[in-house]
Design a protein around this ligand. Structure first.
Ligand code: ARG
Length: 240
């Protein structure tokens, strides 16, 4: 038997839940704690934006690919995960205004002779799959460069660097800075190559979801103007 459902508007009510996704394996931007809580710069930023705009968030951890696919297909309303704004991604998503400046940098052992991106030629380089780190390596040495090793999570690449199964890891600067602290700054160093272009992070929504995009931009603007953004920024990055 079919039951008619009445009083159900096709538009989401203002207090409806927004499903937000991240890939909580990218400290200090997002990290999954033992109790299941997602912490980090992005986590605090999105909570502050949601509060400013009265959005009810359901914030969940996914694999990097599932998070991106989920937003593209509309299964997840938005994604915040240190996602670099690129022309390629702009075809699939709408991005908020940029909220963070980043850059791909190279992590190598202190004893490594590597001084630039070019010096990585012929070496084994670890990256997270389908990230701008992967793109930087592919643009330098070709799409099928045999030394390129792709990982689902950055921490596995870091482990392989530690065990000398890799010569270098290319990932976002703040993330490499976080891992070098854990590995020991006396044993590793970070190479910043001026030839690698700057990047900017944005929050993604499914292409065309203007309503949510406007709210996220409005919230971002509010927290940038009222000092909340700076407070969160200083908590994570004051020493840099
Ligand atoms: N910024 C890089 C990109 O957009 C890497 C982001 C990875 N983020 C993550 N949460 N795993 O491709």
């Amino acid at each position: 038997m079919l039951v008619a459902v009445t009083g159900c508007s096709s538009q989401k009510a203002d207090n409806s839940i927004v499903n937000a996704g991240t890939n909580a394996e990218f400290p200090p931007f997002e990290k999954l704690e033992g109790n299941g809580e997602i912490t980090g710069f992005d986590a605090e930023l999105i909570q502050a934006i949601a509060k400013a705009e009265n959005l009810q968030l359901d914030f969940q951890h996914y694999g990097w690919d599932s998070m991106l696919n989920g937003v593209a297909r509309g299964r997840i309303d938005m994604g915040i995960a240190a996602i670099t704004i690129t022309d390629e991604r702009k075809r699939m998503y709408d991005f908020t205004e940029p909220y963070f400046e980043a850059k791909q940098v190279i992590l190598v052992p202190k004893t490594s002779p590597v001084q630039s991106l070019n010096d990585l030629k012929g070496k084994k380089i670890g990256v997270q799959s389908a990230t701008t780190g992967e793109k930087v390596v592919q643009e330098a040495f070709g799409k099928t460069y045999p030394g390129l090793q792709r990982y689902d999570v950055v921490s596995s690449a870091i482990d392989d660097l530690k065990w000398n199964r890799l010569d270098a890891v290319v990932v976002d600067k703040a993330v490499n800075l976080e891992y070098i602290k854990r590995l020991g700054e006396e044993k590793y160093k970070i190479i910043e190559d001026p030839a690698i272009p700057e990047e900017y992070y944005g929050i993604i929504v499914k292409k065309g979801n203007r309503e949510l995009l406007d709210k996220l931009n409005a919230g971002l603007k509010k927290i940038q103007e009222n000092g909340t953004y700076d407070k969160i920024y200083n908590k994570y990055f004051w020493e840099n």
